[in-house]
Design a binder for this molecule. Structure first.
Ligand code: G16
Length: 538
């Protein structure tokens, strides 16, 4: 065991989901060690505890796994459970923490951000309930990282990540496990695989794009081996350090090929991101908006084996559309509105107040773990499609007919200078009082505020969680992303409710155009950011 002297870095401030930076920053001497030791210093007594460890396979994954193992041994863990080849999806880590009653888990991933030497890297810490570390712990870790002067290390040889079984470093066990089996077993418990097999027998055609992220091995096992979809159903299934040079981001821009694929006779196509917690869903001629997906899953959950007893409550992040609220009104369950970040759902899930959660950022999941779960969402859809024998498009349209349609879109302005972005948001914040009760064009402002979240379980308060301007049946929200690694990303979320089914076939951007114009008028966004259009529209 060695105590190694170090100097603090002052930029290890975790964002929405762990510490995310350019890969090259993580290559600086002691950079990763400092942050990991800061986690260990703050996460609670370690001696004799178990840690789960894995990542999405991106560049640096294996190297940092070896560092975490030596630091874990140096800090007194009794055992670290690691996915074979250093691979574990974010949902799989959450499941393993719960299954092994581990103290927590470290996930090496920058999620949907690009990988490779010129891309991004990230370190996330999940706590004993399997969920992302709460805000107060992340703040403590950041504070610690600014003062750190030493870390504890076992100076041992690297561990082989290929051989399943137990190895020892210092006095600590390292168990290399099959990354996929436990997670695939859990999915088989929750979903009716027989019903999905019958749909395959009826000629149902499906394609899954793993985008060279971590889900490839999971998807081959679940879709092809266990469910019996033909081989070739899973594409880009080999995890690569640079995701094949593409962004492992399953939005319509980066996964356009999947959308185009639907013309080739498929019934359903889906994709997941680098670490397997996001999902993209596409049917013939239709992209399922993540907010709509949440609402549709809530409305149909009772059709699915693991959810026969129905929805207890749903939590959605504040910017996620209110589509699920219309389902809740009809089916009499409560909707909780939380800030952006999966960590805010954990308390509600632990307290048994909700069993379904979702975010506009392509994340949906249930109480089976404490993370968003890409393959879970896709299997939930497959199960519903199989038992209803309806097409994706029919299900979505029937849903809109029953509950109304929430036209919804997010406009992202990426790579903005941080100061410029902050100034724009601050200016808007200062105008909120004046905006209240004013009429702008056809829109009467019902409410204008800066979202504050009071967690009813631990009484914590989170401020500055997004500027919201609410109208009758419409909303616009402005916030700065907490996951970017280059400058700031300004996000504008736009939503317009339409009850009349004769008006449900409009193009989303066209339907939202009055609101889009108004959002610029109110915020002066394009002028202050010096941009004529968003970088990405989803
Ligand atoms: C992370 C968080 C999500 C959040 C998303 C976007 O996802 O886990 O809860 O919605 O970032 O956050 P932001 O709008 O601040 O960029 P992931 O998949 O990147 O880990």
């Amino acid at each position: 065991m060695h105590t190694v002297k170090t100097q603090p870095f002052f930029d290890q401030n975790p964002g929405t989901s762990g510490l995310r930076k350019k890969t090259k920053i993580f290559e600086k001497k002691n950079y990763a060690e400092n942050f990991i030791q800061s986690i260990f210093d703050c996460a609670g007594p370690i001696r004799g505890k178990v840690l789960i460890l894995g990542g999405d396979g991106r560049y640096l994954n294996k190297k940092i796994i070896q560092k975490v193992l030596k630091l874990a041994a140096g800090n007194g863990f009794s055992k670290v459970i690691v996915g074979k080849d250093g691979l574990l999806s974010t949902p799989a880590v959450s499941n393993l923490i719960r299954k092994h009653k581990a103290m927590g888990g470290i996930i090496l991933s920058a999620s949907h951000n690009p990988g490779g030497h010129d891309g991004d890297f990230g370190i996330k810490y999940n706590v004993e309930n399997g969920g992302p570390a709460p805000d107060n712990l992340m703040r403590a870790i950041y504070d610690r990282s600014k003062k750190i002067s030493r870390y504890f290390l076992a100076k041992e040889e690297d561990v082989s990540l290929v051989t399943l079984g137990i190895q020892i470093i210092a006095a600590m066990q390292v168990e290399i496990i099959d990354s996929v089996r436990d997670y695939a077993d859990l999915m088989e418990e929750l979903f009716d695989f027989t019903a999905i097999r019958h749909a395959i027998g009826r000629g149902f055609r499906f394609r899954f794009d793993a985008m060279h992220g971590v889900t490839g091995p999971y998807a081959h096992e679940i879709f092809e081996r266990r469910l019996g979809f033909p081989s070739g159903t899973v594409v880009n299934g080999i995890p690569l350090a640079d995701f094949g040079g593409k962004n492992p981001d399953p939005n319509l821009v980066y996964a356009k090929e999947r959308y185009d694929m639907l013309d080739k006779g498929l019934d359903f196509a889906a994709a997941s991101d680098g670490d397997g917690d996001r999902n993209l869903l596409i049917g013939k001629g239709i992209f399922v908006n993540p907010s709509d997906s949440l609402a549709i899953l809530a409305a149909n959950a009772r059709l699915v084996k693991g959810y026969f007893s129905g929805i207890i409550g749903v939590a959605r992040s504040m910017p996620t559309s209110t589509a699920v609220n219309y389902v809740a009104d009809k089916h009499k369950f409560r909707v909780y509105e939380t800030p952006t970040g999966w960590k805010f759902f954990s308390n509600l899930l632990d307290a048994g107040l909700v069993n379904l959660c979702g975010e506009e950022s392509f994340g949906t999941s249930s109480s089976h773990i404490r993370e968003k779960d890409g393959l879970w969402a896709i299997l939930m859809w497959l199960n519903i499609l199989a038992v209803t024998n309806k097409s994706v498009s029919d299900l979505v349209r029937l849903h809109w007919y029953t509950y109304g349609r929430n036209y919804y879109s997010r406009h992202d302005y990426e790579g903005v200078e941080e100061e410029v972005a902050e100034r724009m948001i601050n200016n808007l914040r200062m105008r909120l009082t004046d905006l209240r009760k004013t009429r702008i064009g056809n829109f009467l402002v019902k409410k204008a505020d800066d979202f504050i979240y009071h967690d009813q379980i631990d009484n914590s308060v989170s401020v500055y969680q997004g500027i919201r301007i609410l109208f009758q049946g419409a909303r616009m929200i402005f916030r700065i992303s907490g996951t970017g690694t280059e400058g700031a990303t300004v996000r504008v979320y736009l939503e317009q409710y339409e009850a009349d089914s004769a008006q449900h076939d409009k193009d989303t951007q066209t339907a939202l155009s009055p609101l889009i114009r108004l959002s610029d008028e109110i915020s002066g966004l394009k002028l202050s950011l010096k941009r004529s259009r968003p970088t990405v529209i989803t």
